[in-house]
Design a binder for this molecule. Structure first.
Ligand code: CO8
Length: 255
């Protein structure tokens, strides 16, 4: 059967991507990763885009990788499925503008890993988070074991990964897994407000600050400082000149 899982819509310079397979609580299957990979290629090439919001249709953000698709896989096939997912999620992190997860409901397993691959997360007050892979005799395969301790800390990560406990939005906020909580009916408006706010900033500066911050975390402090120093010079003479001149002339910058 032909169907589409991803529904993109564009408002100005902000793209809203809705994962739409509600009958399976938006579980991630091969088709999702094919569509997502293609979608990322398309938006990465569009210089007009300033932010991407990802949300889910129905009561789930994403309830995990598709268990029905995974159950028949051999160890080799499972490793290949993991590799595809890791590659696609890494490409989200490499997009030259911020990616905001607007978590409208269940973000479990691969769904929580997708949320963690985004730059930051806004949660609906009724969102639920967890890495329940151990309930299935599995471990995360889309870098959840790596992103979770980096976003929270080793003990909170191992607590969630070994118990499979499902936590509410307040607990996720306390663990710094999400940055904000919104009422369910206000979730998308809040995500859009933040995306529009980001879109009003210097586009080169936003791109650089994301790149330097993300890449720097994978380097020694000394090398990361050098990376920052190098890119600090990039906006001078163009966007930075306009931003600083506008400040001095008490007007809005014209990017
Ligand atoms: N995969 C496939 N189908 C799913 C999934 C899923 N992850 N989650 C829900 N569904 C389906 C259900 O089977 C059901 O289908 P049907 O109507 O045909 O029976 C439909 O969605 C609705 O689900 P429920 O009836 O269960 O809805 P409830 O409201 O009763 O429960 C829950 C909601 C609590 C979210 C429940 O659906 C649930 O526990 N889902 C599974 C959550 C889970 O274990 N997620 C982790 C999956 S493993 C994973 O993500 C590993 C990631 C790394 C993979 C790396 C590659 C190898």
């Amino acid at each position: 059967m032909e169907y589409t899982i991803l529904k993109p819509s564009t408002e100005g310079t902000v793209v809203l991507l809705t994962i739409s397979r509600p009958s399976a609580l938006n579980a991630l299957n091969t088709r999702f990763f094919e569509e997502m990979d293609h979608f990322i290629t398309t938006i990465a090439a569009d210089p007009g885009i300033r932010a991407l919001i990802i949300t889910g249709e129905g009561k789930a953000f994403v309830a995990g990788a598709d268990i029905a698709e995974m159950v028949g896989k051999s160890p080799e096939e499972a490793r290949a499925f993991s590799a595809v997912g890791q590659k696609v999620f890494n490409r989200l992190g490499d997009l030259p503008f911020p990616v905001i997860a607007a978590i409208n409901g269940f973000a479990l397993g691969g769904g929580m890993e997708l949320a963690m691959a985004c730059d930051f997360r806004i949660a609906s007050a009724n969102a639920r988070f967890g890495q329940p892979e151990v309930n299935l005799g599995l471990i995360p395969g889309y870098a959840g074991t790596q992103r979770l301790p980096r976003l929270t800390n080793l003990a909170d990560a191992l607590y969630l990964l070994t118990t499979g406990e499902v936590i509410d939005a307040e607990t996720a906020l306390r663990m710094r897994l999400v940055q904000k909580i919104a009422q369910p009916e206000e979730l998308l408006d809040e995500a859009k407000r933040l995306a529009v706010l980001i879109a009003s900033k210097g586009p080169l500066a936003v791109k650089l600050v994301k790149e330097v911050t993300r890449k720097g975390l994978e380097m020694s402090f000394h090398d990361a400082e050098k990376l920052e120093q190098n890119h600090f010079g990039d906006p001078f003479g163009n966007e930075g000149k306009e931003g600083m001149t506008a400040f001095l002339e008490k007007r809005k910058p014209n990017w």
